[in-house]
Design a protein around this ligand. Structure first.
Ligand SMILES: [Zn+2]
Length: 709
């Protein structure tokens, strides 16, 4: 392995074997660690080039790499791609003839293979691990490694046993390194993977979760208003193709029908809109229909698919411009994967998450359905015995409804309380299932709590997601395009200027924070005697506005009392907040969760529990607001010239700051500026796409350009 010390060996292999001129972000460091024989855990989103990170080191180390994968389709896909590169590959799984498996073993023992793919349950076949151990492996790659964690809903009992086989497979001396790979592991699942696999001092690589071309918005919107809002959002062709994620089959059917008809199917919030070619997609449809919908969407005959979470796995469509969640997702991992389907071509795309209190109740219902009470599992567990019994008989004898019974048996099997043989006969398992089942149900509930926190917090949406996946370093940078970073650029979420009363409270908050390091938000509220004078939501919204204006910083904190962890938030002044003395001309933009009247004039949209503020520019709020900004604006020759000047200046700024041009100024802001020609910062803030942050950074320059200087 002396040749491995050559620094360009990896680059040479990348070129000669895979035909790539250079590595994608982070790949080289991962490959180098693996070639050096280090155990490593790799958390990278789908499509970021994860597979290469085990394939290239395997070739560099020589010999056979063992790849363990729980999904036959994934295994087949990767094996086919490697074979196409001229590499020697075999796979063993239940979908293949016995002869194929036997030949694979012969080839392996003769040292003919570079890659051997197996399903985890294969290791339970007597003699198979011993056969593998006859040769020293180049490395062991474990795909979809999150399946090992009993917390995740993808938990695979067979994966749980990998840990006990690994020492034998790695061999003596310098053991073959273990590479665990996944696209969706939170820090706690990461720790679980490392522990379960017995990895020794693994290198952690968590990369690539940031997406620069996704503008994320989160809006509070009552359920009946969502259909209309979605129809208006997607009316502009520039926002399509689009995927809308619904929380139930019924909602998916209804939304697809409404979008295609261009009007609401009744209910309290009537609306009409342009018809949009749309179809529903969910697990309740037959395979042929699903196939048709998928094909039509792929081919561009269908602009919008309204789907439950089942949709998207097989979708390879690069130009999806919008992803909308018409309800709260169950986990941030799922949410991230779903919004990640937008903008694969790199062009700017937007995502919208709609939620309200009602979503929490829907979710509680699903949680109860997916994780029934322990008593229900006990009902099934009690009737199991040492003698194998057919499932049908047990089901018939049970007092549970069919679905309840099946769910309870499934959970018992996953957690070891029941064993099922290949003939579908059940025997009783161990008694330890209750504990791990409770842990999993609890974990699932916590995941949802994290989704709720995500909707409430005042942190850049993209940073929050990146941090959720454990990339703390990358989470330091704000995205500049989400509704938190750029409130004025938000399409659906509405912000308003703080009134005198709120500005006064903001001023008192700043005074109170002077001279202290930080204060819990609750303490602050009491100290200023605000309890009862300003609602909890209004108080939170005001603090959020102060965070946006960079006057204060907020952080999550916790303390323990009687063994219980209590979470709270605390705030402190920023540098700018400390130095602020003069409040005249101070502007604060408050995001109050109320949506611009996107749902149409006849609806009661936006008359939520809070009073609706007047639209920012005094005109009636409505579709004529920001949505219309997408329509081309006719400019005078003078106006055109101004757009050019601003564009030129923007290019220079983008280059100087090393950021994309749209992060300096949206395209849609250019024409709006040329038309409105703002003369002061207040007028500048009225422009679609320009928020307080932009005014602060670029305001002076933009105003100078608009003034023709
Ligand atoms: Zn952001």
């Amino acid at each position: 392995m002396t040749s491995l010390s050559k620094p360009n060996l990896l680059a040479d292999l990348l070129q000669s074997v895979f035909g790539f001129a250079r590595f994608r972000a982070n790949q080289e460091a991962v490959c180098a660690a693996a070639v050096a024989g280090r155990d490593l855990l790799l958390v990278m989103p789908t499509g970021a080039g994860k597979s290469l990170c085990y394939q290239l080191p395997a070739i560099a180390r020589g010999g056979t790499a063992l790849v363990i994968s729980p999904l036959i389709a994934l295994m087949e896909d990767q094996a086919a791609k490697l074979s196409a590169l001229g590499l020697r590959v075999a796979r063993i799984h239940s979908g293949l003839e016995r002869m194929v498996a036997r030949q694979a073993c012969v080839d392996y023992l003769q040292g003919e293979l570079q890659f051997l793919f197996i399903a985890p349950e294969r290791l339970r076949v007597p003699g198979f691990p011993e056969m593998l151990a006859k040769r020293k492996l180049a490395l062991v790659a474990i795909d979809e490694a999150h399946c090992i964690s009993q917390w995740g809903h993808d938990f695979r009992p067979d994966y749980r046993m990998l840990g006990q086989y690994l020492p034998g497979l790695r061999g003596e001396g310098a053991p073959a390194p273990v590479l665990a790979m996944t696209a969706t592991a939170t820090p706690s699942v990461q720790a679980d993977i490392v522990a379960q696999l017995g990895m020794s001092e693994p290198s952690l690589f968590i990369h690539g979760f940031r997406r620069d071309n996704l503008g994320i918005e989160v809006v509070e919107l009552p359920v009946p208003e969502r259909g209309g809002a979605i129809a208006r959002l997607l009316a502009g062709p520039e926002r399509r193709p689009a995927i809308v994620y619904a929380t139930s089959r019924k909602q998916a059917e209804r939304l697809a029908e409404e979008l295609s008809q261009g009007r609401s199917a009744g209910g309290s919030a009537a609306w009409t809109a342009r018809r949009i070619p749309a179809a529903a997609y969910h697990a309740g449809l037959d395979a042929e229909t699903r196939e048709q919908v998928q094909r039509a969407f792929q081919a561009g005959e269908l602009d919008v698919v309204v789907a439950t979470i089942a949709f998207g796995m097989g979708i390879d469509k690069a130009d999806i411009r919008t992803v909308i969640h018409a309800g709260l997702p169950a986990t941030l991992e799922g949410y991230y994967q779903e919004i990640g389907r937008a903008g694969r071509d790199g062009a700017m795309s937007r995502t919208f998450l709609m939620h309200s209190y009602a979503d929490q109740r829907t979710h509680d219902f699903f949680l109860n359905r997916d994780y029934p009470p322990v008593e229900q599992l006990m009902e099934v567990f009690r009737v199991l015995g040492e003698e194998p019994q057919p499932v049908e008989e047990l089901r018939a004898a049970s007092r549970l409804a069919e679905e309840e019974f099946d769910k309870a048996l499934e959970k018992l099997e996953i957690h070891g309380g029941a064993r099922m043989d290949f003939g579908g006969n059940v025997t009783v398992g161990g008694t330890g299932w209750k504990k791990t089942y409770r842990v999993q149900a609890q974990y699932r509930a916590e995941q949802f709590a994290k989704v709720l926190r995500y909707t409430e917090q005042d942190e850049c949406r993209m940073s929050a997601l990146v941090r959720h996946f454990g990339d703390v370093e990358d989470a330091q940078r704000a995205c500049g395009v989400c509704d938190v970073c750029d409130p004025a650029g938000a399409v659906l979420r509405q912000f308003r200027h703080a009134n005198a009363f709120e500005l006064d409270i903001a001023r008192r908050i700043v005074e109170e924070l002077r001279g202290v390091d930080s204060r819990a938000t609750g303490t602050l509220q009491r100290n200023l005697d605000l309890v009862g004078r300003i609602g909890r939501d209004e108080y939170d919204a005001l603090l959020g506005a102060m965070v946006h204006a960079r006057l204060i910083e907020m952080e999550e904190a916790e303390w323990e009392k009687d063994g219980q962890v209590i979470k709270f938030r605390k705030v402190r002044l920023t540098e700018a907040g400390r130095e602020l003395r003069n409040w005249s001309g101070m502007e604060l933009l408050i995001g109050d969760g109320i949506v611009r009247d996107f749902a149409g004039s006849s609806s009661s949209a936006a008359r939520t529990r809070k009073a609706k503020p007047a639209a920012r520019n005094g005109a009636p709020a409505g579709i004529a607001g920001k949505a219309a900004a997408a329509e081309p604006v006719r400019l005078s020759a003078e106006g055109e010239a101004l757009v050019e000047r601003i564009r030129e200046w923007r290019a220079g700024e983008a280059k100087r700051l090393k950021i994309p041009a749209y992060m300096v100024l949206h395209d849609r802001a250019l024409a709006a500026l040329a038309q409105a020609r703002p003369a002061n910062p207040r007028e500048l803030l009225e422009i679609d796409g320009i928020g307080p942050g932009k005014v602060e950074r670029f305001g002076e320059e933009i105003l100078r350009l608009c003034a023709g200087k």
